[in-house]
Design a binder for this molecule. Structure first.
Ligand code: FAD
Length: 409
């Protein structure tokens, strides 16, 4: 029993970080134990800065994936371990949580969930006003530089002050560099080397970039020489390739692609069909129609013309006159088109970090540290990251909820 429990003192809980996971943790701690003293320390002068700019200013709060076995498949890192945590607080709970606080939400066709207002301020405002109503203390421009572990709790070095807390929740967000985690790794925690996730592919000066703005609704993209493969819409941009298929591939391949220094070959199957089907269709065509005007597949005309030009098939060539060799080249390009990738671009600056505090350090049912009693982790600083679609916030709400609940119980 700690001195606080013996003397029946209110729990002093510090939440480090005023982002999504920190607010969820602080609010849940106070709602769990109203007599606890909860303080959020935020190093900048802004609260919930990422929530505000998230989802293009609309905040994609979560995703309507209600089956847990499906939900965990949207997390390239941490999914399996998160299942335990999602059993307690999942997407359904997030929806109920916000709606119970008066924020109406809506689900879009692709399952992404946004505030009905289409404005992230609805989320920011409810988190701040709920914290204020609960008398949670908020200390801005308060950077925690160092944590000292004592028998009774934790001494935080904040700016030039030293403050004591019985429990602490670290919710300080991700970092693209391992130096960003030094103040935590110095406590002995294992850090999985962070690298960026969710980026688009650069193809400097590649002729395909002249198709910029073109969207192909269903392609399969893979990384040559690896088993990384994703299917979905692809967007051609002025710098290369983007769209959901590329973002998913960048997310699942975040670590491998960093190891390759973002210099690799992407293979595109423009049809998402296998070779036999495409071969059968192409080999059968023997009409007098011009190849340029007669595209037998569901792909945009601009792309079809681009492929034919790339293969140097003359504009007036008719299907009946296309040689077997050229038919084979066409089949190969349609299902296995290769592009050299040199570098990456962050998607609307919406990157998350892959890596962070190793989940082997954390009890996923409580978000409590396995090393130090009374220390909890929440949010993106953990080695958890999801694909786009509201999954990163869901991980922040879930881990924040568990850290808050268990720190105050
Ligand atoms: C532009 C953009 C758009 C996004 N859109 C979406 C979206 O629509 N849906 C989605 O699911 N995800 C989205 N994401 C990802 C999502 O924003 C993050 O995964 C989520 O914000 C993580 O929450 P967090 O609380 O863990 O960290 P953060 O939001 O990063 O908050 C951490 C806070 O801790 C503070 N801090 C750090 N170190 C200290 C310290 N030593 N002392 C005190 N304070 C400290 C930071 O200043 C920060 O305010 C987006 C990300 C970006 C960058």
């Amino acid at each position: 029993m700690t001195i606080f429990e013996e003397m029946n003192l209110p729990r002093n809980i510090a939440v480090i970080g005023g982002g999504a996971s920190g607010f969820m943790a602080a609010i849940t701690a106070k709602e769990t134990n109203i007599s606890s003293n909860v303080t959020i320390f935020e190093k900048t002068d802004k609260l919930l800065a990422k929530v505000k700019i998230s989802g293009g200013g609309r905040c994609n709060v979560t995703n309507a994936t209600y089956s847990l076995s499906k939900l965990i498949k949207s997390y390239p890192r941490g999914g399996k371990k998160l299942k335990k945590s999602f059993n307690i607080f999942n997407t359904k709970n997030t929806v109920t949580w916000f709606e119970s606080k008066g924020v109406k939400l809506k689900t879009e066709e692709d399952n992404r969930i946004f505030p009905l207002s289409n404005n992230s301020e609805s989320i920011v405002n409810i988190l701040i006003s709920t914290a204020e109503e609960l008398a949670i203390r908020i200390s801005l421009k308060s950077k925690v530089n160092k944590i000292q572990i004592t028998k009774q709790g934790f001494i935080l070095n904040i700016n030039k002050e030293k403050l004591f807390f019985e429990k602490i929740i670290i919710a300080s967000g991700g970092s693209a560099k391992s130096s960003g985690f030094e103040w935590i790794s110095s406590l002995g925690y294992k850090i999985i080397n962070p690298v960026p996730s969710l980026f688009t592919f650069n193809m400097p000066k590649n002729p395909i970039t002249k198709l910029m703005g073109l969207s192909v609704s269903d392609v399969t993209v893979s990384i040559k020489g690896s088993s990384l493969k994703q299917t979905g819409p692809l967007l051609i941009t002025h710098w290369g390739m983007s769209g959901p298929a590329i973002l998913k591939l960048s997310s699942w391949g975040a670590r491998d692609l960093a190891d390759l220094n973002y210099d690799f070959t992407v293979q595109v199957n423009w049809l998402t069909l296998n070779e036999e089907i495409v071969r059968e269709k192409i080999m059968k065509i023997s009409s007098n129609k011009k190849i340029y005007n007669h595209n037998p597949f569901i792909i945009p005309k601009r792309l079809w013309l681009f492929i034919l030009e790339k293969l140097e098939i003359p504009e007036d060539k008719i299907w009946r006159e296309l040689s077997k060799k050229n038919k084979n080249r066409l089949i190969n390009t349609l299902i296995n088109d290769e592009y050299e990738i040199k570098g990456k671009t962050t998607f609307k600056e919406e990157f998350v970090s892959c890596g962070g505090i190793s989940l082997s350090e954390v009890n996923m049912l409580t978000m409590g540290s396995k090393r130090h009693n009374g220390l909890y982790f929440a949010g993106e600083l953990l080695d958890i990251d999801g694909v786009t679609g509201g999954f990163n916030f869901q991980a922040a709400w879930t881990t924040g909820y568990l850290a808050g609940k268990n720190s105050a119980s």
